[in-house]
Design a protein around this ligand. Sequence first.
Ligand SMILES: [Zn+2]
Length: 186
Amino acid sequence: MGIMGLRHVYACLAPQNVIYYLQVGMGLTQTNYIGGQKMKYARDSQCSKVYKAERTLPQHSQNGMSIEDVREFVDKIMDSRWLKGKYPDAYEYGKVVVKDGRGRRKAGGCHSYITMPKWSRSKMIVLHELAHAITERECGYPPVAWHGREFCSIFIALVRRWMGKDVGRDLKAAYKKYRVKHVVGG
Ligand SMILES: [Zn+2]
């Protein structure tokens, strides 16, 4: 499989979520206990639509950032007043570690780190993975879906602020076109 092929199979999996995905893929019900309460994972039903919409934007494949560029970009966001004001829980949690993804095909993100193999080092994919970290810190996985409306809303906000309003508008338009739910409470 060539590099273009790889790009099209990428999915953001934090290691602790792999079992969850296998179980969902097998049609099993996964539950988790939080604070003694039984919680059901939300199914990641819009995952493929989210990828399809994102890939229609040229910025998705504008890779070529070095791992240092990625770290600098992520640190700037995580230290920003913007994050502190908008997503205070995510801000308080502190830095997000950037791993270079050596030996891994897939990009990934969880509450404490993101993994960015060479092919995935575009601002847009960095923000996608960072949106997973922020969503997990703000909302928790579960109860929200991995690529649910909360994730999409945070991803749009990140893209608007750190890639520009025009790109944010294009992402929103792509979500509408592919019927991706991206409004929280909407
Ligand atoms: Zn993802």
